[in-house]
Design a protein around this ligand. Sequence first.
Ligand code: AMP
Length: 290
Amino acid sequence: MKILRKAGELRDQREQNRRQGIKVGLVPTMGYLHEGHNSLLDTAREQCDLVVMSLFVNPAQFREGEDLSSYPRDEERDFAIARQAGVDIVYAPEPDDIYPSGFATRVEVLGLTEVLCGSEQGRGPGHFSGVTTIVAKLLNTVDPDVAYFGQKDAQQATVITRMAEDLDFRTRIVVLPTVRERDGLAMSSRNAYLSPESRERATAIWAALLETEAVFGKNGLDAALDAGRSRLKSAGIEPEYFEARYPGTLDPAQEDKEEAILVAVAAEVDGTRLIDNILLEPSKKQRSTK
Ligand code: AMP
């Protein structure tokens, strides 16, 4: 496994690969790898000839006061996991190489980035432009045939898919299912912040989403959202949002449409901000026979 720090080294490598007709897969990460990342790496390994994993805690997507400086990092451990997963190249640049002095460009997807995590109460309007700017740079540098993202960050997946389409990136964006702990908690590098008590309480997030799905099947969307929200409340969790939206447009979902609905939640559990989501399929709704 090669560890490259400079974009130029990666580009030289890509030139060689292209001449050989090699299919390249990219898995962008911020490191502190867990099973969720592993599932992306495994799929990339299965589907591609050469797997590149980027490892970069991207300052541009953190807001003032967020956890940029305390974000969990362990490069050596990540390299070992990546090696084990069959990664060919880890691209682990330094912030100054990604954003050298004079850097002045932002890639911004409109609309989709202004709701949920992108709202002022969430991570703010600059968060997703930080994400799309780094992902656009990675797609240009690595020039992968396929790039893999997780459904855990559903809004991010929607935004990146939109960007890749709008800006004519040739890379295919693939979104893979959320990997969970045995008790349902979505795996996340930030779970490392949770005390044993908070970790226990955090299980209410997935329980609330399952409750939402169950009630949706019987009583429809509004009742389902009420049920999910009250499940969270009974665990003492006040969500930042708990909303139903259409997964492609992120427009608010309506009760009577026969389309898949994304129910997405963000909540702070004892100071740690966690996100999760579930997709409700209209086929799960019982039809009433009048
Ligand atoms: P991160 O390192 O948190 O920026 O995540 C890197 C990639 O892994 C993103 O595409 C995430 O959506 C994905 N990811 C993170 N957690 C999970 C999970 N529990 N299941 C599946 N994918 C995940």
